[in-house]
Design a protein around this ligand. Sequence first.
Ligand code: GTP
Ligand code: MG
Length: 193
Amino acid sequence: MKVNNVEMIMSAVRPEQYPTEGYPEFALAGRSNVGKSSFINKMIGRKSLARTSSKPGKTQTLNFYKIEEQLFFVDVPGYGYAQVSKSSREAWGKMIEQYLTEREILKAVVQIIDLRHPPTKDDKIMYEFLVHYQLPAIIIGTKADKIPKGSWNKHKKIIREKLNMRPEDPLIVFSSEKGIGMDEAWGEIKKRM
Ligand code: GTP
Ligand code: MG
């Protein structure tokens, strides 16, 4: 999908601040610094609309990106970022949990995982949360540009096994650096709109 029109709606921390358009929403989940904001930027063809950073913890609120008056990407703060205080981690958990469990127009969670490494404990907890609440997931194995193409399938297999993925959830090899996997990711999103 070629995206021409994107509007960043707002930073929300409470349900009253969520957008009211009613378009289908796709939330990005993933460990801090894994590449969630980079995924959004690549998918919408903007270099830096969603803030990215080499320092983890850049995204701290729910940020809604309205795409072509059709759907929203929701950039969610990353999990597993140790530098934040316990109280703000708890506030984080509440905000995310409330959004993920109560938002009816949330169509799927796009969970971003580093293709290079086996899923972390936090990746597993996140995925189990989605299974528990019966939320459809699209798993993105990103940073594929950093490992040889010949090893992608092996890494995919490890992720599928270690997460104990539901067969209906897709796992897409991706690179925000090289644009690998974009069409496949758009295809899976459109199917769920
Ligand atoms: P938080 O907002 O802190 O949770 O991080 P995030 O998940 O949004 O990560 P972000 O998109 O800011 O990316 C973190 C770092 O990884 C940046 O330095 C990116 O340039 C880099 N990065 C993201 N995706 C890729 C990729 O596909 N390939 C490569 N080589 N680097 C990537
Ligand atoms: Mg981010």
